[in-house]
Design a protein around this ligand. Structure first.
Ligand code: OXD
Ligand code: MN
Length: 661
């Protein structure tokens, strides 16, 4: 077995000849890697990283999983090229036309491995109520023993890639380190784009800095225990899957899937599930949110963090091109935000990721021209369609489909197939691309101290009830809005598309601990924020429909009008500049909505009465929704913060108040 960080010398028999070898460096405490006797190999449970150096932990994992070789990946271009070449050779990556899509590749997954598997995602807290009713729980010791069985020899015949990475700018105030070991070159390569992987990160990990250990195996060994060899396939995976988080020991073990949300462990597993547990313990927030800067025509910048359930247009909003003259929107992040109160009681935010792993279908020149521009080169596409000239296509990229394509499963496809309900690209097909390539990325998107957050937005995909925009009456009301978010089910996870599901804080599949405790944590973070600069909280719904089923609001770039109203509300709160003759907002039972003329709809071709319908609050329907909220809260029992039960009562009282409907 060799141990090297240099792709050119991975077959060397002498690891000492290679560069960047963690074992060559002392840890910060001056200790050398753990002696073999401290390694838990041979024990009936999984190796844990606690108390081990990174090198010793990697060795222990290798002893369990038995790869042919172990290589340390330090993110250099040589590594990127090596991983790509490896996958082109095995057929995992199909090179795209170098003129049409320079530096870009297409991967086709196994048809069974196209989305996150929530049914096989586990939060193994010490006690079941630590995970809460919205998570799958298994007792840690039981899960450790089960995983040991699954990972035993799971990498036989394969290479184990060790990828030390940083979530957030390396060394930044809110940043954290991780080490992912994986037998998937696709996961290793994607990690180079989605996180920060560099010789400096390797050096820090080797020097003994804390890291979150992340183990990933596709669960498809090429050599069986009896030594029989099988041929590899372009997308190895296993029908049995485990996506396991141990919040207490901050460990991640993922088995059986190569799909991004299950396999790129820095993303959902670390930056949301494990980080949310860290954040609870350390007084900050790890959230499923995008992050943008909105600059007013007067040149004043405001930062907005917005939570939407999966596949509800977060990437579109993150890359929005305002239609309102003079307004500017810059991108800081499209999926995850870490936020922490600073010494002045101001909430500061970073995007812990370095790339976008976005949903391709629906991304086109009319919906998200910035994303289309971002995807011109250096992209790994997964499960989109291939054009005859070696480019990619997906539903929504152009209004018309090409006459012939090869679909996401490698079959010939014509528009007649589309008409028959067989999409060319999988509905959850993805692009993986560096954030730095985005034309609207803010110059300072990597600022290590983060940006101050001025507004927090909760959205969902709701055909009825929820107004286009409403401002919370208070932080507690804002937490209530977050706790009661609901949306229609999408293709990003398994399940029936269209069904309504509660998705509190858009964190349902991502909270690393009891969701009700997450609400309590949000309330307590609010308490340490300075009242003058505490973010205002809003709820939005771009998806409300008229009785005939048509959308009432055009969405996309026009959402800038809603952002502009929110920013003006924040400005007004800060300056106290409220003009009673022209109120910018009017109270309703569910929150403050734009006052007459306060939402700029100039030049918009809205249907008659669309504005009335967009902001209509129907007390009867809302009371029915309150009953559902009661039922939903009941699933968390006594853990629901009393403040949120009060908020539900206040909402009911307001619904009874005729002046507010
Ligand atoms: C994602 C998701 O992939 O939320 O971002 O599922
Ligand atoms: Mn997401």
């Amino acid at each position: 077995m060799t141990l090297t960080a240099d792709p050119r010398s991975r077959t060397t028999a002498n690891p000492r000849r290679t560069r960047n070898l963690p074992a060559d460096r002392p840890s910060s405490g001056g200790t050398t890697p753990a002696p073999a006797g401290r390694r838990p190999a041979g024990t009936p449970t999984l190796p844990a990283a606690a108390g081990l150096t990174a090198t010793a932990w990697v060795e222990a994992v290798a002893e369990l999983t038995r790869p042919d070789d172990v290589v340390w990946v330090d993110g250099t271009d040589a590594w990127r090229r090596t991983l790509i070449e490896t996958m082109v050779t095995t057929g995992t990556l199909i090179p795209l036309d170098p003129e049409l899509r320079p530096g870009s590749y297409l991967a086709r997954s196994a048809p069974s491995d196209v989305a996150r598997v929530e049914s096989r995602t586990f939060i193994c807290s010490e006690r079941e109520d630590g995970a809460g009713p919205t998570n799958n729980w298994r007792e840690p010791a039981v899960m450790r023993a089960e995983l040991r069985g699954a990972f035993d020899g799971s990498m036989r015949g394969r290479t184990m890639y060790v990828v030390p990475f940083s979530m957030g700018p390396v060394g930044g105030a809110l940043s954290k380190l991780g080490v992912q070991v994986t037998d998937s070159p696709y996961a290793a390569l994607s990690m180079l784009t989605m996180t920060r992987v560099s010789p400096e990160v390797l050096r820090r990990v080797a020097a003994g800095e804390d890291f979150v250990p992340c183990v990933h195996s596709v669960g498809a060994p090429l050599v069986a225990a009896d030594g029989t060899r099988t041929d590899d396939v372009p997308w190895p995976c296993n029908d049995l899957k485990y996506i396991v988080q141990f919040p207490q020991s901050r460990e991640i073990w993922s088995y059986g899937s190569g799909y991004g949300g299950n396999a790129l462990l820095g993303k959902k597993c670390f930056a949301l599930r494990i980080a949310s547990a860290m954040a609870r313990d350390e007084g900050w927030l790890a959230e499923h949110m995008l992050l943008i800067r909105v600059t007013t025509p007067e040149g004043r910048p405001f930062h907005v963090a917005a939570a939407f359930p999966s596949a509800c247009g977060k990437t579109n909003l993150a890359m929005l091109q305002p239609t309102l003259p003079g307004w500017k929107v810059e991108t800081l992040g499209d999926d995850i935000v870490w936020m922490k109160p600073d010494a002045d009681g101001r909430l500061r935010a970073i995007n812990p990721e370095a790339g976008f792993f976005g949903v391709a279908p629906g991304t086109g020149a009319s919906t998200n021209p910035v994303a289309v521009e971002t995807l011109r080169k250096n992209v790994i596409f997964t499960n989109v369609a291939l054009t005859d000239d070696g480019d990619v296509w997906w539903e929504g990229l152009t209004p018309e489909a090409p006459d012939h394509l090869v679909d996401w499963q490698g079959n010939d496809w014509t528009p007649a197939d589309g008409a028959a309900g067989r999409p060319a690209a999988h509905p959850n097909s993805r692009f993986t691309v560096a954030a730095a390539q985005c034309p609207t990325i803010a110059d300072d998107w990597e600022t290590p101290d983060g940006v101050p957050v001025d507004a927090i937005v909760f959205g969902g995909r709701r055909a009825t009830n929820v107004p286009l925009v409403a401002q919370a009456y208070s932080w507690a009301h804002g937490v209530f809005l977050g706790a009661t978010v609901s949306s229609e089910r999408t293709a990003a996870a398994e399940g029936k598309v269209g069904e309504l599901r509660r998705d509190p804080f858009a964190m349902l599949p991502f909270a690393g601990y009891n969701m009700a405790d997450h609400w309590a944590h949000w309330l307590s973070v609010g308490d340490v924020l300075a009242p003058e600069t505490r973010p205002q909280v809003f709820q939005v719904n771009w998806f409300r429909r008229a009785a005939d089923g048509s959308f009432l609001w055009p969405g996309f770039g026009e959402n800038a009008r809603v952002l502009a109203w929110m920013v003006r509300q924040v400005e007004q709160r800060r300056s106290g500049g409220h003009d009673p003759a022209h109120p910018s907002a009017r109270p309703t039972a569910v929150g403050l909505v734009p006052g007459d003329g306060a939402l700029d709809v100039d030049g918009l071709d809205l249907a008659d009465d669309a504005l009335d319908e967009l902001f209509a609050v129907d007390p009867a329907r809302w009371k029915a929704e309150c009953d559902l909220t009661d039922e939903f809260f009941a699933t968390f029992g006594e853990r629901v913060p009393a403040v949120l039960r009060d908020q539900l009562r206040h909402l009911r009282d307001r619904l009874d108040d005729e002046r507010l409907s």
